[in-house]
Design a protein around this ligand. Sequence first.
Ligand SMILES: Cc1cc2nc3c(=O)[nH]c(=O)nc-3n(C[C@H](O)[C@H](O)[C@H](O)COP(=O)(O)O)c2cc1C
Length: 174
Amino acid sequence: MKVLAFAASSSTTSINKRLVTYATTLMASAEIEILDLNDYELPLFSEDKEKVLGKPKLAQDFLDSIAASDALIVSFAEHNGSYSAAYKNLFDWCSRINPKVFQNKPMVLLSTSPGARGGAGVLALAENSAPFFSGDVKASYSLPSFYENFDLEGSCVNNEDIKVLMQSAIDKLK
Ligand SMILES: Cc1cc2nc3c(=O)[nH]c(=O)nc-3n(C[C@H](O)[C@H](O)[C@H](O)COP(=O)(O)O)c2cc1C
């Protein structure tokens, strides 16, 4: 089974990248690919720029990586209750090439933030909208208070109850 994972963030110190990377360790024996949104940076989407640029290769590459996977794990950064601009921009470009961006892949959706809500707002947004883009959401989990619940040195969740919750979410991909 090939699992594609990425954080919906362009921060080089992304806590969602730390979380999604940890989540992939819960997929025993899967082949894992972790993408970085910084490798898919595109001009700010507009229909005017689309007339000039057409279907950018980077957006097609991103869609091709989804197509080549059996399942997706995505962890969403919350910016003002919504997606990061970097993710939304790439998503908009991709959606113009293939509106079924998630291509019927089973998905686990995650989020985290330093705050107690752990990005629950953006996670709800992502969960509710995924079916409109052919995403098959199997489970979702928002990790609250990242810096309290994640061991940065050990690169893992440091709370046993949360570990169990995350494992059971990831197991839904199997
Ligand atoms: C522009 C901006 C808006 C933010 N808005 C929220 C927010 O609405 N809710 C929240 O919990 N954190 C918010 N934060 C804090 C982010 O959760 C925090 O920066 C987190 O590290 C983002 O995830 P990332 O490290 O994976 O990029 C915001 C941060 C920025 C830079």
